[in-house]
Design a protein around this ligand. Structure first.
Ligand code: SRM
Ligand code: SF4
Length: 576
């Protein structure tokens, strides 16, 4: 072996950038002040992600502007930090107004329970951040190589256990926040910290890659706990929260044609009592900080650290850092990922209303004035809003007296039927994709209604309109709508072409498998029509569509396939 091949690989460019950034400052402030362009430098783009900001350009306009020799139509996306997805009515009204005044003006609920603004022009970035700040909201660590928005079941008022879990999620979120004041200086005009500050948890280069945490309360796996880098599954014994099973190493992003990247379900590491959440979280996070791959960003998530070094090694390292051993994992059972819809009564005597919002897009269109309706509700609501992991909204903490008022407002705007949709539609997710996402290879949010209509026709004919089937679409293999955990997954490959995946379990505990690497939506409907018909007549009692595909349609010996390696021959398997 040559000495050259033994030399350690150099850190990737982002590592050098982070180290030199003076705790995430870099030249973002100067770039934002530069009025000669609507964009910012690539270095500032990488760093501003840590502050929840991405520079994007309108991809619908990209070619036209290029032909005209003009600059791209640059604008920022801003993602709010909102642990557990909770916002007050006042905060809702502020975000609603800011969307009108300085952004696209739609609001977008994300798959990790927060809001995104799109179309924020450079000159409006500080106005937006300052406006949010007035309402005690920020976008710190909403993106970047840090612990991101922490997920938790959206309705703590349901019972005392959910409330406890929610409190633990918030405490972990606070604990794992970066300490740098860069955000306050750049966007809120706070004075520069003279000597710089310390980042006790992260150090100067933060984490090798994004890091995601979620808390689940069985039987609901609404947060898709096995897709999280770090997960906590509440264990309930004798009607009390006994503690958590800790999960590590989940993650979904992959690249088409790169077998070294793959979606991975988390391992269950062991059981801990409730007061050990932060200690274990810190040990997991710092192990990844110290051992994660800082040479190759495509191999830098915790899932690869665990895959490469083994779960036993990882557990030993975590236990070394905490100073205590994790107990054996305790039994749990997940049944669903679906949000509750409509009115639900809570233990504290209040109610919440689960409102389905397709792709989490809140805007006004003729006949569907969702933004106006929610603004009017926010103006009189005395409880909270909770954003769900399925891009839906829960209007929570509603008193019995206010219930008819809120219902009246939904009725006034013709929105009471939103929850009376097909089981497929109520369980569908899509990522943003075009025109804002710079990584999209195909449409996602904009094509979802069309996909749903086509499949609804087939499902109606098979008598399956009300069956809950999860369908998730993304514009590229990064997996932002968690498509590899869907019973039917479409993953953008090229304009109009998708990789089709089938056979995940409905409760988020088994990944789906690649059926065909590139197919049009029409061809996929044709391909799946006989499968759906067979499912309608041949399924076992209570069997979900994904389980049926896994049991009957997909070959027994197949493991997860990445694109380019032996897609399953579904037509032969189905007998069409
Ligand atoms: Fe995501 C990158 C949108 C949840 C995996 N994601 C992006 C960017 C920022 C594109 C970019 O880097 O330029 C997208 C912005 C699009 C836009 O115009 O708004 C984007 N991701 C989203 C959201 C808004 C999808 C949605 O429609 O709701 C979700 C915001 C979550 C939040 O509030 O924090 C979103 N992204 C996810 C999830 C699901 C989850 O976390 O539960 C995943 C898969 C889980 C995972 O991380 O493994 C996910 N996003 C990615 C990846 C691939 C990461 C990887 O390990 O390979 C990227 C690309 C990257 O990081 O390089 C990405
Ligand atoms: Fe963009 Fe791909 Fe994420 Fe969709 S899955 S938002 S296309 S990065």
């Amino acid at each position: 072996m040559s000495s050259e091949s033994q030399a350690p690989k150099p850190p990737n460019a982002n590592e050098i950038l982070k180290e030199a950034s003076h705790h995430l400052r870099g030249s973002i402030a100067q770039d934002l002040a530069d009025t000669s362009t609507g964009g910012i430098s690539e270095a500032s783009n990488q760093l501003s992600k840590f502050h929840g900001l991405y520079i994007q350009d309108d991809r619908d306009q990209r070619n036209i502007l290029k032909k005209e020799g003009k600059e791209k139509a640059f604008a920022f996306m801003l993602r709010v930090r909102l642990p557990g997805g909770a916002a007050t009515p006042h905060q809702w009204l502020v975000l609603d107004r800011l969307a009108d005044e300085v952004a696209s003006p739609s609001l977008r609920l994300t798959t990790r329970q927060t809001f995104q603004f799109h179309g924020v022009l450079k000159g409006n970035v500080k106005k937006l951040v300052q406006g949010m700040h007035q309402a005690l909201l920020d976008s710190i660590a909403a993106c970047g190589d840090v612990n991101r928005n922490v997920m938790a079941p959206p309705n703590p008022e349901r019972n005392a256990i959910v409330q406890q879990v929610y409190d633990h999620a918030r405490a972990w979120s606070e604990f794992a926040l970066p300490k740098t004041r860069a955000y306050h200086e750049i966007y809120l005009d706070e004075e520069l910290v003279a000597g710089g500050e310390d980042e006790p948890l992260y150090g100067p280069t933060y984490l090798p890659r994004k890091f995601k945490t979620g808390f689940a309360v069985p039987p609901s796996n609404d947060i898709d706990v096995f897709s999280q880098d770090l997960g906590f599954i509440a264990i309930i014994e004798g009607g009390k929260l006994a503690g958590y099973n800790v999960t590590v190493g989940g993650g979904l992003g992959m690249s088409h044609g790169n077998a070294e990247t793959f979606p991975r379900l988390a391992d269950v590491l062991g059981f801990i009592p409730p007061d050990k959440v932060n200690a274990v979280g810190e040990a997991v996070l710092t192990t990844q900080r110290d051992f994660g791959d800082r040479t190759n960003r495509k191999h830098a998530r915790l899932k690869y650290t665990i895959e490469d070094r083994g779960i036993s090694w990882f557990k030993a390292e975590v236990e070394k850092r905490t100073g205590f051993a994790l107990a054996e994992a305790r039994p749990y059972h997940f049944t669903t990922i679906e949000d509750p819809h409509g009115w639900q009564e809570c233990a504290d005597g209040t109610w919440f209303y689960g409102l389905h919002i397709l792709s989490g897009r809140i805007k006004d269109i003729p006949g569907w004035p969702m933004k106006t309706a929610l603004r009017e509700i926010a103006a009189i609501h005395t409880g909270d809003f909770r954003l769900t992991p399925s891009q839906n909204l829960s209007i929570s903490g509603v008193t019995p007296e206010q219930k008819p008022v809120i219902e009246g407002l939904l009725a006034k705007h013709g929105l009471t039927g939103e929850n009376n949709r097909s089981g497929l539609r109520l369980n569908a997710l899509s990522c943003v994709a075009l025109p804002t996402c710079g990584l999209a290879l195909a449409e996602s949010e904009r094509i979802l209604p069309d996909i749903l209509e086509k499949f609804e026709t087939v499902l109606d004919a098979a008598g399956l309109r009300d069956d809950a089937i999860s369908l998730r679409v993304t514009g590229c293999p990064n997996g932002c709508a968690r498509p590899y955990l869907a019973e039917i997954g479409f993953v953008g490959r090229a304009p109009g072409k998708y990789a089709l995946y089938l056979g995940a379990s409905y409760n988020g505990t088994r990944l789906n498998r690649l059926v065909t690497p590139s197919i049009t939506i029409n061809d996929a409907v044709t391909l799946l029509e006989p499968v759906i018909k067979r499912y309608a007549v041949e399924r076992a009692e209570g069997e979900g569509f994904g389980d049926f595909c896994d049991r009957v349609i997909l070959p027994k010996d197949a493991t997860f396939h990445s694109v380019g390696t032996d897609p399953l021959t579904l037509p032969a398997a189905v007998g069409v």
